[in-house]
Design a binder for this molecule. Sequence first.
Ligand code: NAD
Length: 248
Amino acid sequence: MTGRLEGKRTLITGGGSGINFAIAKRFIEEGAIVSVADLNPERAQAVEALGGRFAVVDAGDVAGVEAWVAAEAEALGGLDVIVAGAGYELVANALELTVEQWDAHMAVMLRGPFVLFKAAIPHLIAAGGGSLIGLGSNLAFAGLNNFTSYVPAKHGLIGLMRVLAMDFAKDGIRANALCPGVIDTPLVRRQLDVPNADELLALWKSGSFFNRLGKPEEVAAGAVFLASDESSFVTGSALMVDGGYTAQ
Ligand SMILES: NC(=O)c1ccc[n+]([C@@H]2O[C@H](COP(=O)([O-])OP(=O)(O)OC[C@H]3O[C@@H](n4cnc5c(N)ncnc54)[C@H](O)[C@@H]3O)[C@@H](O)[C@H]2O)c1
């Protein structure tokens, strides 16, 4: 039996942890050939143990991303699927957030996917098509207090995926956003290091119709669909994996 992603040469940024790590794991189980870029070198072993390739790359570093894409395209003999997943949260209102912090955040969260996809698209064209997946968020469709740069970056990503979908459909390339709600990952757990953690956790849970956090594997299942040929007529879309958060 072959997997749903058999032989698909895949790049994943931020694949060392959380949702993107779950995507890497599931993709490898489905037969994909996976290469991960992450800022954190300590995650190399975990990715390699899955059977994935690993490189330390800052998704906000233009030259670094370009060099990584070129090297992996060469090593894998081409590219089929690209997942722009690297991201981090920055919690500050507009008076607290510095212009430098805004620029640095945008460089990873919005310019990062643009640079990654721009570098990869020629390789997908050469392969006869492929799938671009941007990690969006429920916060691509809703605001959240103090997420001054995060919310605009995720909103912007939806626009980027729509434009890429239009421009490169002729080349057999599909582009979609994958939009998690609150998912139980290290990123979310870090925010619970506060005195009112129980209250905060209860609030997050109540944002979903199931009164719980999502699991990284539930988001990875959406990524498998968007990467596979089963989603051949799906492009320019945003797949919500948010337990209903944005439906209320
Ligand atoms: N967890 C959630 O509830 C949630 C909800 C909606 C969207 N998201 C999005 O999903 C993605 C993954 O989030 P997660 O919760 O799994 O986070 P996480 O912190 O568990 O994992 C993120 C990974 O990205 C890496 N990373 C961060 N900045 C990087 C950079 N500049 N270059 C390369 N790698 C970098 C980190 O080292 C880490 O391994 C992010 O884009 C996030 O915005 C998460």
